[in-house]
Write a protein that binds this ligand. Structure first.
Ligand code: F6P
Length: 546
C-alpha cells in the first residue's frame, strides 16, 4: 500500500489548507450561510427508533474540504478495508487474525464467517449461557457456599477486560439490579484489591476473572489474592465453583487456576481486548443490567455497524468523524482530541476511549512495515463536564493549541430533579461551550464592554475552536452501544487512512518484559549492578526504603 501522502486528495487538502483552510472561520461561515447546520449535521436513527444528532457544523470545514476528505478515504481504500473487516478477513496482519468484534453484536444472527466457519451460532450460544447465568444470579437462585444470594460482583481484569465493563456499568447504572453491587479491580497496586475486599463478604461475592489471555500479570496476581482471601474464609476448594467464573479465550489456564471450565465464558482471539465489552468480557454488565438490556446494548452497536457498512461515505457518520481527525491532526497539526460528556454517568467514557484510540492508533509503522513520515494517533483525553470547564477548559478556550472537541449530551436526564433544573443548567453549558468556542470574542466586542487597553487581550477569545456536538435523546443501553460503535469505527477510519494496523499493541510488550526481570531483582537480597545508572539507583533506593 502506498503512503496517504502520495494520494492526490492528500495533496489537494494540503493546497486547500495552505490557501484558506488554516484561517477558515466558522464564525464567518455561519454568518454567510444560513443552511450550514443542515449541510453539516446528521441524525442517526437507532434500531429502536431513538435518535442521536451529530452536529459537525462547528468544525473548520466547508463542502470542498469535506468532499476532498471523502476522496482521500476512497483513494486510501477505507471502504475495502471496512468490507474486509466485516468479511472476517485477517486484517490484523501482524497477528494474522480477523478483527471481528462486529460479529459479537450481530443480533440479526446472519451468517458471519472467519476462516470458513460461521461464528454466529457460537457467539449466540455464549450469549445464551450469559443470559441463563445472569438470570440465575439476578433472581437469587444462584447461591453462595452458605446458601445466600449474591450481592457483590468483583470483576478482576485490566485494560480492555476492565475499562469497557467499568464504563458501561457506570453509564447504565439507572438500569442496575437493586441487590447487586459491582466492583472492578484492575491495578496491581495491592490497595485496589484490598480496599475492594473490605467491602465484600465471601459468602455473597462472585468473582469474575476477566482476561482474554489469562496470563496478564496484574490480573493473575489479583485473581490469586482474591482466591486466597476467599479460601481463608470458605475453607473448601469445592466452594470456588459457586464464587469464581472466568471470562477468557484460554481454557487450559482457566483450569490451572482452579475454575471449572463449565464456569467459563469464552470468546475467540478475533476479539481484541479493547473491543471486548461486547463479548463474555461484558458479563459484569449483563449481570448488573440484565440480559434484555445487554441485548439492547448489542443491538445499538449493530445498528451503527449497519450504517457504517451501508451508508455512502458522504452520509456515513463514522467516516465523517474519522476524517475530521485527519484534517486536524495532519493538516492543522492538532495533537489531541478532547471528549467531554455532559453526563456524570459517562464519567469513565473518556478513559475507555483513551484505550480504544491510543492503543489502536498509537503506531509509527505502516502495515507494510515502514516507519511513517506523518503524524498518526492523537492524544485522546477527557472528563465529564461541567467539571472540566472549571479545571482545564481555560486552555481549550485561550491556549495556544488547537483542541478539537466532542461534546456529548442526552436531552433526557435519568434524574430530572428540582423540576429538571439541573438538566437545564447542564444543557445550557453544553450549548454555551460549543457556541463560545466557535464564536470567540473579538477585540471590538471586548472594547465595547469598556475594558481597559491592557486587559483587552486577556479577555479576547480567538474562537474558531472546532467542536462536534453529539445530542442523544437519553443514555439508554441502545444509545450507549451506538456511541461506542461510533467511536470504534471513527478509530477504524483514522487507522485505515494512516495505513497502520489499528488492532495490535506491540507497544505494551517491552515494559511488561522488563518488569518481569526487575521483579526478580527486587526479590533478591543484594543490590542490583545492571541497568542504566538512573534505573539502578532508583531500584537500590527502593530496596533500601521498602
Ligand atoms: O497490555 C495491553 C493488553 O494486552 C490490552 O490490549 C488488553 O486489553 C489488556 O492487556 C488485558 O489483556 P487480557 O484480557 O489478556 O488480560
Amino acid at each position: 500500500m502506498s503512503s496517504p501522502l502520495a494520494q492526490p486528495a492528500w495533496k489537494k487538502l494540503q493546497a486547500i489548507y495552505d490557501d484558506y483552510g488554516k484561517s477558515y472561520s466558522t464564525r464567518d461561515a455561519f454568518a454567510k450561510d444560513s443552511s450550514r447546520f443542515d449541510t453539516f449535521s446528521t441524525t442517526f436513527e437507532n434500531y429502536d427508533g431513538s435518535k442521536i444528532l451529530f452536529d459537525f457544523s462547528k468544525n473548520l470545514i466547508d463542502e470542498s474540504i469535506l468532499s476532498t476528505l471523502f476522496e482521500l478515504a476512497k483513494e486510501c481504500n477505507v471502504e475495502q478495508l471496512r468490507d474486509d473487516m466485516f468479511a472476517g478477513k485477517h486484517i490484523n496482519t501482524t497477528e494474522d487474525r480477523a478483527v471481528y468484534h462486529v460479529a459479537l453484536r450481530n443480533r440479526s444472527l446472519k451468517a458471519m464467517y472467519v476462516d470458513n466457519v460461521n461464528v454466529s451460532p457460537e457467539v449466540d450460544s455464549v450469549l445464551q449461557h450469559m443470559k441463563e447465568f445472569s438470570e440465575l444470579v439476578r433472581s437469587g437462585e444462584w447461591k453462595g457456599y452458605t446458601g445466600k444470594e449474591i450481592t457483590d460482583i468483583v470483576n478482576i481484569g485490566i485494560g480492555g477486560s476492565d475499562l469497557g465493563p467499568v464504563m458501561v456499568t457506570e453509564a447504565l447504572k439507572p438500569y442496575a439490579h437493586p441487590r447487586l453491587n459491582v466492583h472492578f479491580v484492575s491495578n496491581v497496586d495491592g490497595t485496589h484489591i484490598a480496599e475492594t475486599l473490605k467491602k465484600c463478604d465471601a459468602e455473597t461475592t462472585l468473582f469474575l476473572i476477566a482476561s482474554k489471555t489469562f496470563t496478564t500479570a496484574e490480573t493473575c496476581a489479583n485473581a490469586n489474592t482474591a482466591k486466597n482471601w476467599f479460601l481463608q474464609r470458605a475453607k473448601e476448594q469445592s466452594h470456588i465453583a459457586k464464587h469464581f467464573v472466568a471470562l477468557s479465550t484460554n481454557a487450559s489456564e482457566v483450569a490451572k487456576f482452579g475454575i471449572d471450565t463449565k464456569n467459563m465464558f469464552g470468546f475467540e482471539n478475533w476479539v481484541g481486548g479493547r473491543y471486548s465489552v461486547w463479548s463474555a468480557i461484558g458479563l459484569s454488565v449483563c449481570l448488573y443490567i440484565g440480559y434484555e438490556n445487554f441485548d439492547q446494548f448489542l443491538k445499538g452497536g449493530e445498528a451503527v455497524d449497519n450504517h457504517f457498512v451501508n451508508a455512502p461515505i458522504e452520509k456515513n457518520i463514522p467516516f465523517i468523524g474519522g476524517l475530521l481527525t485527519i484534517w486536524y491532526n495532519n493538516f492543522h497539526k492538532a495533537q489531541t482530541k478532547l471528549v467531554a460528556p455532559f453526563d456524570q454517568y459517562l464519567h469513565r467514557f473518556p478513559a475507555y476511549l483513551q484505550q480504544l484510540s491510543m492503543e489502536s492508533n498509537g503506531k509509527s509503522v505502516s502495515k507494510d512495515s515502514k516507519f511513517v513520515n506523518y503524524e498518526t494517533g492523537i492524544v485522546m483525553f477527557g472528563e465529564p463536564t461541567t467539571n472540566a470547564q472549571h479545571s482545564f477548559f481555560q486552555l481549550v478556550h485561550q491556549g495556544t493549541k488547537l483542541i478539537p472537541t466532542d461534546f456529548i449530551l442526552a436531552a433526557k436526564s435519568h434524574n430530572p430533579i428540582e423540576g429538571n433544573l439541573h438538566q437545564r443548567m447542564l444543557a445550557s453549558n453544553f450549548f454555551a461551550q460549543a457556541e463560545s468556542l466557535m464564536l470567540g470574542k473579538t477585540k471590538e466586542e471586548v472594547e465595547a464592554e469598556g475594558t481597559s487597553a491592557s486587559l483587552t487581550p486577556h479577555k479576547m477569545f480567538s474562537g474558531n475552536r472546532p467542536t462536534t456536538s453529539i445530542l442523544a435523546q437519553q443514555i439508554t443501553p441502545a444509545t450507549l452501544g451506538s456511541l461506542i460503535a461510533y467511536y470504534e469505527h471513527v478509530t477504524f477510519v483514522e487507522g485505515a487512512i494512516w495505513g497502520i494496523n489499528s488492532f495490535d499493541q506491540w507497544g505494551v510488550e517491552l515494559g511488561k518484559s522488563l518488569a518481569k526481570v526487575i521483579l526478580k531483582e527486587l526479590d533478591a537480597d543484594k543490590d542490583v549492578e545492571t541497568h542504566d545508572a538512573s534505573t539502578k539507583n532508583l531500584i537500590n533506593q527502593f530496596k533500601a526504603w521498602a
